[in-house]
Design a protein around this ligand. Sequence first.
Ligand code: NDP
Ligand code: X2W
Length: 310
Amino acid sequence: MAPKIFIDGEHGTTGLQIRTRMAGRRDVELLSIPEAERRNAAMREDMLNGADIAILCLPDDASKEAVQMVSANNNVRVIDTSTAFRVNPGWAYGFAEMDKEQAEKIASARFVSNPGCYPTGAIGLIRPLRAAGILPDGYPVTVNAVSGYTGGGKQMIAQMENPDHPDAITAPHFLYGLPLTHKHVPEMTVHGLLDRAPIFSPSVGKFAQGMIVQVPLHLDNLAEGTTMESIHAALVAHYAGQDIVTVVPLSDSKVLARVNAVELEGKDTMKLFVFGTPGGSQVNLVALLDNLGKGASGAAVQNMDLMLAS
Ligand SMILES: NC(=O)C1=CN([C@@H]2O[C@H](COP(=O)(O)OP(=O)(O)OC[C@H]3O[C@@H](n4cnc5c(N)ncnc54)[C@H](OP(=O)(O)O)[C@@H]3O)[C@@H](O)[C@H]2O)C=CC1
Ligand SMILES: CC(=O)N[C@@H](CCC(=O)OP(=O)(O)O)C(=O)O
């Protein structure tokens, strides 16, 4: 019998994209609630408890309630796409490429937290350098990013796409998270293996799906002898053996004039770049992804497949 999957929040932005990715799959059976009943708690509880894997695409509070609904039922495994459990040590962090053993941890877990979109880029750049001893304790890391507006869910999509919305946003690009307390900072700190919280400055552009995450570094504050080439080599070594996170060769990145935020729209992969001048004293590490691809729905389907294979 095909394993049963229930996407709680299937009519929202992340849920819909997961459904699209699962369309036509015969190896799983999708349980579904009509859109009009999406907030019917009794129906959701039934569906959640009838699933082999429940994928939660809900705001944090609703996710916590859903987890309560299945907590006594060991037959149900959970992938949560919200921020609620990402630094909870009882949950496997669903970034399969972040360490060699992470895919196996996800595959055998009952509870998997799907990473945030910005942390996927930031951790993807930072963690290998911490693990290799290149990025020292105390380094003042900064993370600057731009996201497609679908990252803000149904509400922001309406604000950006409907000029008659009471809170319509007309800016083509805006900064937010100005108090520097964005909900992704703890996740970047813990899974980036940082001993000091990064300064995180996010922004949104007038495009639906895509993301650029930048981590600029001063080489003379890194481990002695670190160069642009040694950072690139550490990233290449870390991501060897898989093809979802790729490190762009230095020979390719050095001839690029610009990076297009929407290049990976619709794809579930992530590209990492090391920019700078050979022999120079600074580098800019860049991650390129689709906020709804490797940044959300694509990662959720990848995690589901790992769990189903175990
Ligand atoms: N969009 C993105 O790029 C990313 C999103 N995420 C995370 O994924 C989760 C879902 O976000 P997203 O899809 O963008 O949000 P949306 O607002 O687009 O969708 C959320 C869905 O959940 C439903 N919902 C809200 N509250 C409840 C409730 N109490 N019970 C049942 N259903 C409820 C909403 O229904 P209604 O229409 O009635 O409000 C809606 O259908 C969030 O935790 C978000 O942080 C993670 C990574 C990236
Ligand atoms: C553009 C935008 O608003 N983005 C969202 C993050 C999207 C994401 O990764 O979602 P999680 O809430 O699951 O972490 C934000 O900054 O809150």
